[in-house]
Design a protein around this ligand. Structure first.
Ligand SMILES: *[C@@H]1O[C@H](CO)[C@@H](O)[C@H](O)[C@H]1NC(C)=O
Ligand SMILES: *[C@@H]1O[C@H](CO)[C@@H](O)[C@H](O)[C@H]1NC(C)=O
Ligand SMILES: *[C@@H]1O[C@H](CO)[C@@H](O)[C@H](O)[C@H]1NC(C)=O
Ligand SMILES: *[C@@H]1O[C@H](CO)[C@@H](O)[C@H](O)[C@H]1NC(C)=O
Ligand SMILES: *[C@@H]1O[C@H](CO)[C@@H](O)[C@H](O)[C@H]1NC(C)=O
Ligand SMILES: *[C@@H]1O[C@H](CO)[C@@H](O)[C@H](O)[C@H]1NC(C)=O
Length: 306
């Protein structure tokens, strides 16, 4: 019984590396924390120096976000609805309503630059990988400016009544058409959806959030092994080792069973032998009677010999 417990111990030793691999991505920052930092910078900037509506201002960000570029624009809700908006890569067509009904709103646009990779872990896009920076477009109630409790102001609900919001990645990526990328939409609640491009490097959305171009990971010409592959390989290797150990246990068990059976047969043979020996001396020994009747039968059926 000592043997079967050994493979369990071995499995325990094997598990930690398999479990720990995905945590590589967890040292990355939380995208929603970045959203809040950018939002706070936007609101702060209207408190201090920015005052005009429909003008895009570049936002100062802490050094931890030096890779991120962000702009903010303030709109009157009515003029956004009537005229739409154009902020860098984004085109918001006329016909956008915000909920609840408010007077002014603050729109924030982000380019996450080399921090975009955090969306590989945040959104559930296993099997795909980013081929563009992640761009974000978020809407806030400008009334938060007058409110000291605006610290955790969440995004407004927007209703895109007519044409969807367009995102054009041409300014931030090269020619990717050979890779046939898809549009990935990262919603604020963490949902991810994929759609086809509507034209080269162009995506459409009826929601605010973050956007990127992605390709299936297998299509990647990047030779470096992506994280999910490492995970898959280690899981497969773990399963293989587990199966191997299982087979070893089965083999050892069956060898033991065979040895036991052989020993059992030998033991039985020995016991039978012993039985025979002990019964020979006994009057009612069955072996002895068989041994004696045989010659008797032979005598009956072989008259020629007598
Ligand atoms: C990202 O870019 C910034 C400058 O834009 C640089 O300081 C930083 O080291 C880069 N980070 C990574 C992980 O490449
Ligand atoms: C990712 O999606 C797959 C299937 O769509 C699902 O089984 C899995 O739980 C999801 N993972 C996360 C972290 O949402
Ligand atoms: C200010 O914040 C409070 C509490 O969050 C909220 O009830 C109130 O409506 C806000 N005021 C404005 C003008 O948005
Ligand atoms: C946001 O503020 C409200 C009070 O105004 C508080 O109850 C809530 O917990 C805060 N949420 C976060 C995420 O800080
Ligand atoms: C997010 O995904 C969940 C599960 O697929 C779904 O039930 C939910 O409606 C989605 N949320 C949005 C805002 O689409
Ligand atoms: C993209 O379009 C192709 C056909 O042109 C379709 O088969 C595929 O499902 C579409 N992909 C998405 C994510 O909509």
């Amino acid at each position: 019984m000592a043997l079967p417990s050994k493979p369990h111990l071995l499995l325990l030793l094997l598990l930690p590396p398999i479990v720990m691999l995905p945590s590589l991505s967890h040292q990355a920052q939380d995208p929603r924390v970045i959203d809040r930092i950018v939002r706070d910078s936007a609101f702060q900037s209207y408190h201090t120096k920015h005052h005009k509506t429909a003008i895009a201002y570049k936002l100062p960000l802490p050094s931890s976000l030096s890779a991120v570029a962000a702009e903010t624009v303030r709109y009157r809700a009515g003029s956004l609805r009537r005229y739409g908006a154009a902020i860098k890569e984004f085109r918001v067509a006329p016909g956008v309503f915000v909920h609840p009904h408010i007077k002014r709103l603050i729109v924030v646009r982000q380019n996450l630059g080399n921090l975009s990779a955090i969306y590989n872990a945040y959104g559930n896009i296993s099997g795909f990988q980013l081929v563009s920076p992640v761009l974000g477009l978020l809407f806030y109630n400008a009334a938060g400016l007058r409110n000291s409790s605006s610290k955790n102001l969440s995004e407004l609900e927007i209703l895109v009544a007519r044409r969807p919001i367009a995102v054009d990645f041409s300014r931030v990526v090269g020619n990717l058409q050979r890779l046939r990328p898809l549009c990935a939409m990262f919603e604020l609640d963490g949902n991810v959806s994929l759609s086809n491009q509507t034209a080269s490097n162009k995506c459409l959305s009826r929601r605010q959030g973050h956007f990127a171009l992605v390709i299936e990971s297998a299509k990647s010409e990047n030779s470096k092994v992506s994280e999910w592959k490492v995970v898959v390989v280690s899981v497969v290797a773990g399963a293989f080792v587990t199966v191997l150990l299982g087979l070893m246990v089965v083999a050892v068990a069956s060898a033991r069973r065979k040895r036991y059976q052989r020993e059992e047969m030998e033991r039985r043979a020995y016991e039978e032998e012993a039985l025979q020996i002990s019964m020979v001396g006994h009057v009612r020994a069955p072996t002895a009677s068989v041994a004696r009747t045989a010659p008797a039968l032979e005598n009956d059926y072989a008259p020629s010999s007598s």
